[in-house]
Design a protein around this ligand. Sequence first.
Ligand code: IPM
Ligand code: MG
Length: 353
Amino acid sequence: MKIAVLAGDGIGPEIVAQAVQVLEALRSDGLKFELESGLLGGCAVDATGEPFPEATRKLVAAADAVLLGAVGGPQYDTLSREQRPERGLLAIRKALNLFANLRPAVLYPELVNASTLKPEVVAGLDILIVRELTGDIYFGEPRGIEWRNGQRVGFNTMIYSEVEIRRIAHVAFRAARKRSHRLCSVDKMNVLECTQLWREVVVETAVEYPDVELSHMLVDNAAMQLVRNPRQFDVIVTGNMFGDILSDEASMLTGSIGMLPSASLDDKNKGLYEPIHGSAPDIAGKDMANPLATILSVAMMLRYTFSQETAAARIEDAVKKVLAQGYRTGDIYESGMKKVGTTGMGGAVLANL
Ligand code: IPM
Ligand code: MG
């Protein structure tokens, strides 16, 4: 197994170090892998002038999986759009054709009070958001800012082909089959033609999955339902932009965005694994960041790319134990618990492995 490690910016290097330690510990189970590091995002701009340099492009093309920390930081805000760290992230997703983004939002029972929502609304929450990741308004052309009739206009293009919609729909239906056989597709078909096609193609695809109960929801309603009664959802499938927004919203149901891993897969289960949170420059280098989302991303990597279910479950069990033992980073801390930093949390997971 060849794993490319891209720590990125801000808290990226700290949280990735903890996740790599967990991975290294699994060598004793007979897992064989090679790790190779590369640059992505702001650190890559600093070193090479580009957020996704050629060396990294080669590294990730040759790897079976990529472990990513986070990219971005205020010092890069004044760069041109081409050089922005986020552009590196979008480019790697596109280059590897990682169209299927799986974002589970699971509330651990120990963290039921860490959510800003009432325990009776969120207890037992277990949602999977399947976000399309290489299309939509993120990549659509034409795009730009230009002068028209003496004023500036900004424009982007929301566009999906039926092939793109169908392949993400299949991923979502298959995921629903492994869970409660319920799938909710989110669109804005009352206003946008692009998402009208989305709904049509999802309905056509559903014919192949008669055992999955398909429902549809408009995105504004879905945003409301996620905080009103989130447990009505099991698997949600949606486009790139709606998925970006809804997955941040869903993360807060679980108490902290610092807990949530993600997988971005191509059609052969090659994948990029990253926490869904950002680079948190305000706490970078302070040993404060929660490494659990990155550690749980390693578990997803073992499960989805390498089919190592036992090793994946071992990591997830260790995380559950650490929470049960009361270890908490600042983002999930409540009084009476054992407050730890990034390294303390990583060490606790290691001890439980
Ligand atoms: C995410 C992030 C990215 C996105 C940004 C950093 C480009 O918000 O992974 O959700 O919008 O996809
Ligand atoms: Mg986002």
